[in-house]
Ligand binder design. Structure first.
Ligand SMILES: Cc1cc2nc3c(=O)[nH]c(=O)nc-3n(C[C@H](O)[C@H](O)[C@H](O)COP(=O)(O)OP(=O)(O)OC[C@H]3O[C@@H](n4cnc5c(N)ncnc54)[C@H](O)[C@@H]3O)c2cc1C
Length: 417
């Protein structure tokens, strides 16, 4: 890691995919940028995600539909959602805000806002990876959503109609066509929805490493330090203080994933951020037959063929930032994987827990604040951080320069809380 010789123009706190993408964009724009992380870059939530460029997800999870299914989601034994009993009270204020965001008029605004980001997310992902010489990691050739139970078909049809209204393309595939695309899926299925405009990367951690390499090549500086305190300096600028020393910069971008609210608070901004814990299992012995991600509508999981094996991800668990991974969830993911691909060899399979940074309206925070000059934010990308890293970086590049960003940042202001 480098050390800055003098005060930087911009400090980005957090070197996950969001911080890395913003830092690279700003360095390419000629800014003097320092990127600070307590850990090695890319080892947070960005390390082990499903690698899916999920541009079809235009509906925030805070929706009337989720509210209606809440009793089953909270109580169901096979539910993809779990609220740790010891954490229930702590999560209650966030859950109340979630319920408010899910009311029809708020949800409608959320759909419009998320769609505005998604409308250029594919293009900006390509731009971002090109700018890091990492296009070879990108596959924009779609994904399949399996429908295993014929009773789901009416819901699927309604979903596709709604998606179509927001410009999301999809095709229905009969079981025989699915077998042609993903021959290792041997279970009984009713069919699948094919989303041709989505994609995946071959390895989300490699994406982070390529962004880091490009950032350093562009003259960017990386510092390892856990920032405990951000001091606002007079007449301007900030000092970032942690166990490994202090750094100064004129401007700051908080991109510390699920930990961002702690730093935002020091800049006078409240963000009701929750960590949605999700898991992966990666089977390295997988002999690739699937060329695209395959999700399951009923199981709420997605499997992605990576350069290091087949990965399955899933679960939304509210249990805070400190608790260790829950073995039961990992076993459940393995059983889903075996049900979907019965011939898969799980020898040497690895598992992982990551913390999705999620705000109750399921919209990220991107932009400035009225409350603190020269402070900017890029966090809260929930299930979509990899997908939205490119568009977030493109917006941040313009916002910092005072130019009009490619997407209206108003719905993503931290001042909405
Ligand atoms: C199981 C799972 C599957 C997912 N699948 C997908 C997918 O397929 N597609 C998709 O688009 N998204 C997916 N996501 C979501 C995506 O991974 C996240 O939205 C994204 O990684 C968030 O990136 P980030 O940079 O904001 O946070 P992180 O990657 O967590 O980075 C934050 C960084 O901040 C650092 N930090 C925190 N506090 C401090 C401090 N005080 N001082 C210094 N450094 C600090 C941390 O060390 C960390 O490196 C998935 C998430 C999970 C859990």
């Amino acid at each position: 890691m480098n050390a800055p010789s003098e005060d930087a123009e911009i400090a980005v706190v957090g070197a996950g995919v969001i911080g890395l993408a913003c830092a690279l964009r700003l360095a390419h724009d000629g800014a003097d940028v320092v990127l600070i992380d307590r850990d090695a870059p890319g080892r947070g939530c960005s390390f082990g995600n499903a690698a899916h460029i999920a541009t079809e997800l235009v509906f925030p999870l805070a929706s009337p539909q989720t509210l209606l299914s809440a009793p089953g989601l909270v109580c169901g034994s096979n539910s993809p959602l779990r609220i740790d009993p010891a954490y229930g009270l702590k999560a209650a204020p966030w859950l109340l805000r979630f319920a408010k965001s899910a009311l029809p008029h708020n949800y409608k605004r959320g759909v419009a806002a998320l769609s505005s980001l998604q409308s250029i997310a594919g293009e900006e992902t390509r731009n971002l990876l090109q700018s890091a010489n990492a296009e070879s990691l990108l596959r924009m050739d779609g994904h399949l959503m399996l429908v295993e139970d014929a009773r789901s078909l009416r819901r699927i049809e309604r979903l596709r109609q709604e998606e179509k209204k927001h410009g999301v393309l999809s095709e229905w595939m009969e079981p025989a066509d699915v077998a042609g695309l993903a021959p290792d899926l041997t279970g009984d299925i009713a069919g699948a929805v094919f989303y041709p405009e989505t994609g995946h990367v071959l390895n989300p951690y490699s994406v982070c490493l390529k962004l880091l390499e490009a950032f350093e090549q562009a003259g960017g500086c990386v510092i390892k330090n856990e920032i405990d305190q951000i001091k606002t300096l007079t007449p301007a600028g900030f000092a970032f203080e942690g166990a490994s020393g202090s750094v100064k910069a004129d401007k700051v971008i908080i991109a510390a994933g699920a930990w961002s609210h702690r730093l935002a608070k020091q800049l006078g901004c409240n963000a009701p951020l929750e960590a949605e814990r999700g898991y992966h299992v990666t089977a390295p012995a997988y002999q690739p037959k699937m060329t695209k991600p395959v999700s399951s509508f009923e199981r709420n999981v997605i499997m992605t063929p990576l350069d290091e094996g087949l990965r399955i991800t899933g679960f939304v668990e509210l249990a805070g930032l400190e608790k260790p991974a829950r073995q039961k969830n990992i076993e459940k993911l393995k059983s889903h994987m075996q049900a979907l691909t019965p011939h898969l060899d799980l020898a040497g399979a690895t598992s992982w827990l990551g913390h999705r940074p999620t705000l109750p309206d399921y919209l990220p925070v991107i932009g400035a604040t009225r409350k603190c000059n020269n402070a900017f934010f890029a966090f809260g990308h929930q299930h979509l951080g990899l997908t939205l890293a490119g568009v977030t970086a493109a917006m941040m590049g313009d916002i910092i320069k005072g130019k009009t960003p490619p997407v209206d940042p108003a719905p993503f202001s931290i001042d909405r809380f």
